[in-house]
Ligand binder design. Structure first.
Ligand SMILES: Nc1ncnc2c1ncn2[C@@H]1O[C@H](COP(=O)(O)OP(=O)(O)OP(=O)(O)O)[C@@H](O)[C@H]1O
Ligand SMILES: C[C@@](O)(CCOP(=O)(O)OP(=O)(O)O)CC(=O)O
Length: 420
């Protein structure tokens, strides 16, 4: 900042979780406004394990809007970032920060530029929905900086314009994105079904599957599906509406059996419409299929589902276990089949690492000593290195403001992202 410029920088920092859909959003009826062809339901993941942290700063000394993602400057010129910035700026209100002696009038926000720095505590663009956490965090934190007074429904509708699935990351627990009917998208927003403590027995294990192939992005994949898949219409108009009602009941009643059956069926149908697209889209790979088979065999042998699986636009498996005991049994099966490539268990399990000791797996020797799961037909089949690592998480809370200035990702003296 130049010596003659006003020296103040006003900042806000927020943290937002990612989410995983159990009834999938796939297909838009309006590309620009990001309006979906069906409702969807997701579970928000614990932000301690998977979240975006974003600092937004405003200063009269900033000549333009700028953004840094994970320490590297990225362009904000894309239509989606611009929609979010425009919609929040429109709703900005007076700010009077007495402690810092900063007064900003509602109309000043149109002229003030922002600097944004964001960091994901998990891999970006690796099929772990970083865009959902990131865009929700951007909208939430900009809203705080600009003293926006809108309710969370309205914020979710703005986040939706950044990335569809981001609208569901505005809340914790289980969340429904209501597709809405209006052409202007004003009724297409997320609502919270239950908060994160309603069903806190659930344990979520993500298998990050090694994949070298370049995947089709969700945005272009779903565009192709809308244009070419006859199955999508049947899914959106007939299957999903009744599944949504059943899923809402299953969640309300903590009915794991129904929850698991619906989750697996919906993931499989989503991948079926991908296959029904021309040219077909293959998101899952052999490892994904092996994980499905492992879970299906185990669920079948127990007579009732122990674990639900769901896969987004990539090969990673998201496995939802009914409780911690089940999660440990799942982990034993997973590590038996997919032992780590390196002899290092610690880096093979991220997030809630304590699940390893709960499963009696303290060392590689413990993994090597695991007996074959009784339901397994070919007990010697092991696929070392086919899973890069696991993340253990649980249902988590929605976005929050981080008031401790130590969390800020922008240096208040320079107005730039820290460490660049
Ligand atoms: N913290 C963040 N803040 C703002 N934007 C972000 C953030 N993290 C990711 N993004 C945006 O999302 C893009 C990555 O989205 P992409 O859909 O490719 O991957 P993903 O969301 O991690 O995976 P998937 O959608 O397959 O689950 C980034 O290029 C960036 O534009
Ligand atoms: C398979 C999904 O994860 C698709 C998510 O798609 P995105 O929200 O990433 O797509 P855009 O709206 O084009 O940004 C299913 C889901 O999250 O519901």
């Amino acid at each position: 900042m130049g010596a003659t410029e006003p020296q103040w920088v006003l900042m806000a920092t927020g943290r937002s979780p990612t989410n995983i859909a159990v009834i999938k959003y796939w297909g838009k009826r309006d590309e620009a406004l990001i309006l979906p062809v069906n409702d969807s339901i997701s579970v928000t993941l614990d932000p301690d394990h998977l979240s975006a942290t974003t600092t937004v700063a405003a200063s009269p000394a900033f000549p333009s809007d700028r953004m840094w993602l994970n320490g590297k400057e990225i362009s904000l010129s894309g239509g989606r970032f611009q929609s979010c910035l425009r919609e929040i700026r429109k709703r900005a209100r007076d700010v009077d920060d007495e402690k810092k002696g900063i007064k900003i009038k509602k109309e000043d926000w149109e002229k003030l530029h922002v600097h944004i720095a964001s960091y994901n505590n998990f891999p970006t663009a690796a099929g772990l929905a970083s865009s959902a956490a990131g865009l929700a965090c951007l909208v939430f934190t900009l809203g705080k900086l600009m003293n926006v007074n809108e309710d969370y429904g309205e914020l979710s509708s703005i986040a939706r314009q950044g990335s569809g699935s981001a609208c569901r990351s505005i809340y914790g627990g289980f969340v429904k994105w209501c597709m809405g009917k209006n052409d202007d998208g004003s009724d297409s927003m997320a609502v919270q079904l239950v908060n994160e403590s309603h069903w806190d027995d659930l344990v979520i294990i993500i298998a990050v599957v090694s994949s070298k192939q370049k995947e089709t992005s969700s945005t272009s994949g779903m565009r192709d599906t809308v244009e070419t898949s006859p199955l999508l219409q049947y899914r959106a108009q007939t299957v999903v509406p009744s599944r949504i009602l059943k899923m809402e009941d299953a969640i309300k009643n903590r009915d794991f059996e129904s929850f698991a059956r619906l989750t697996c069926a919906d993931s499989n149908q989503f991948h079926a419409v991908c296959l029904d697209t021309s040219p077909p889209i293959f998101y899952m790979n052999d490892t994904s299929h092996r994980i499905i088979s492992l879970v299906e065999k185990w669920n079948h042998s127990e007579g009732t589902p122990q674990v639900a699986y769901t896969f987004d636009a990539g090969p990673n498996a998201v496995l939802i276990a009914r409780n911690r005991k089940t999660a440990t049994l799942l982990l034993q099966r997973l590590l038996y089949t997919f032992p780590p490539q390196e002899n290092d268990l610690d880096s093979y399990m991220l997030g809630d690492k304590s699940i390893l000791s709960d499963a009696g797996l303290q060392s590689i020797a413990d993994v090597e000593a695991l007996p074959a799961p009784p339901e397994m037909k070919a007990p010697n089949q092991k696929f070392k290195g086919d899973v890069s690592y696991f993340i253990c998480s649980r249902p988590g809370a929605g976005p929050k403001v981080l008031t401790d200035e130590g969390h800020a990702l922008i240096d208040s003296a320079t107005g730039l992202a820290k460490g660049v």
